[in-house]
Design a protein around this ligand. Structure first.
Ligand code: COA
Length: 383
């Protein structure tokens, strides 16, 4: 008998050295380095190097990867034309998934069996992601696409390409911290999607497009958007308790709470909560934050004993809204960051690839006779 494990919970799907989680203790490490240390001292470019290469860069290695990512931010005219042709009403995650497949369509197929070609393709995606997200946002809002500025960091240039303005350092640093926090997270659904698709030895655009689609769902990356809608729906701090009781009575889920691996508060949620407070000092508080804190208090009291605590998405949306970013760009920002993890996993998968081909537990019938059309019963219609 083969045991079926729904959601492959606790089933190892790869051997990986990219990141590590201790869900009981609330620990997250990239290549062995604690996320708290990276959020305090590092940059997204440095974290990208770390994830891809397994060690922190030297000064010259950091300068080199920063330049290569910056150069890759420029969008070719074919991609700009595709972005402009997309419906303005498209969800930015659908637009991003289309654009990632389009990167594959406008790039000649390359030799993915060569390590340095893979690295070059990975850096190209890491550079392109902020530009694709920003360009679609400009296009859907009827504004000119803003060219990348290679003198800026990924986070500062992303804000620049979104708004057309150069931002103050605190906003760029806040965005940088968000990008650091979301860059990798072990064998989550989108990383698994990357590795499963990549195991067919397809071009990386196919694997990354699968990952973007997987990230868009509300049980994964889409939760940060759902959290903001949830806080808006609650509307006021004093309405949290009755809203919560009603939600639980209907067996509804509190968005931004719970995690398959963490059974305590996600360490990234703590860092984002601190970041939100720092932004409030400079840019004013948000009524949604007070609602969120009250919701966290009640939820921990009621759901904490079952291991359900705030996850990364709980405070991410509030931070983005303080940075003036529209709600539906929360998940694309997650992707702008996670592309560093996806490509690191792609490269790791390719080094020791074996085609994913799991099995199933068949529940259907056998030897069913083929009925001619006249022998088939018409469905019973109920009034
Ligand atoms: N609110 C209320 N109850 C929750 C919950 C939440 N956010 N998350 C889990 N639960 C409850 C479920 O209702 C279920 O209860 P039951 O046993 O009485 O049926 C139990 O906990 C197990 O839930 P399940 O969804 O099977 O757990 P999981 O390990 O698959 O949970 C998530 C992981 C992320 C899918 C889940 O916590 C969730 O849907 N959270 C909300 C979405 C979210 O924030 N996603 C972002 C993840 S980073």
């Amino acid at each position: 008998m083969i045991e079926y494990v729904p959601g492959l919970e606790n089933v190892p799907a790869a051997e990986s050295a990219v990141s590590y989680i201790d869900g009981e203790k609330g620990v997250l490490e990239y290549r062995g380095i604690r996320i708290e240390d990276l959020a305090e001292h590092s940059t997204f470019e440095e974290v990208t190097f770390l994830l891809m290469n397994g060690k922190l860069p030297t000064e010259s290695e950091l300068a080199e990867i920063t330049q290569r990512i910056a150069r890759a931010r420029t969008l070719p005219k074919e991609l700009r034309a595709i972005i402009k042709s997309l419906p303005k009403t498209a969800h930015p995650m659908d637009a991003l998934q289309t654009c990632v497949a389009a990167v594959g369509a406008v790039t000649p197929h390359k030799n993915i069996y060569d390590e340095s070609t893979r690295e070059e393709m990975a850096i190209d995606f890491i550079g392109k992601f902020p530009s694709l997200v920003a360009a679609f946002h400009r296009s859907r809002t009827g504004q000119e696409i803003v060219d990348a500025d290679p003198t800026l960091s990924v986070s500062a240039d992303f804000l620049h390409m979104l708004t057309g303005e150069k931002h103050e350092p605190l906003k760029a640093r806040a965005m940088d911290i968000c990008l650091i926090l979301h860059a990798d997270h072990t064998m989550n659904a989108s990383t698994f999607a990357t590795r499963v698709t990549a195991s067919t030895e397809c071009q990386p655009s196919a694997a990354i497009a699968a990952a973007v689609g997987s990230l868009s769902g509300p049980l994964h990356g889409g939760a940060n958007e759902a959290v903001l809608h949830q806080l808006e729906e609650i509307g006021a701090k004093e309405k949290v308790a009755p809203w919560f009781e009603q939600k639980l009575a209907k067996k509804g889920k509190i968005m931004g709470m719970g995690h398959r691996v963490y059974k305590t508060k996600d360490p990234r949620a703590n860092i984002l909560q601190d970041l939100a407070r720092q932004l409030f000092v400079k840019f004013g508080s948000s009524p949604l934050y007070d609602i969120a804190v009250e919701l966290e208090r009640i939820a921990i009291d009621r759901l904490g004993p079952r291991g359900i605590y705030p996850n990364v998405d709980f405070y991410a949306g509030i931070v983005y809204s303080r940075l003036g970013i529209p709600i539906d760009l929360g998940t694309p920002i997650f992707a702008v960051s996670r592309i560093a993890g996806w490509t690191s996993h792609w490269m790791e998968q390719m080094r020791h690839n074996r085609l994913f081909r799991p099995t199933q537990v068949y529940q259907g019938e056998h030897n069913v006779p083929y009925l001619s059309m006249s022998e088939r019963k018409a469905p019973v219609r109920t009034a």
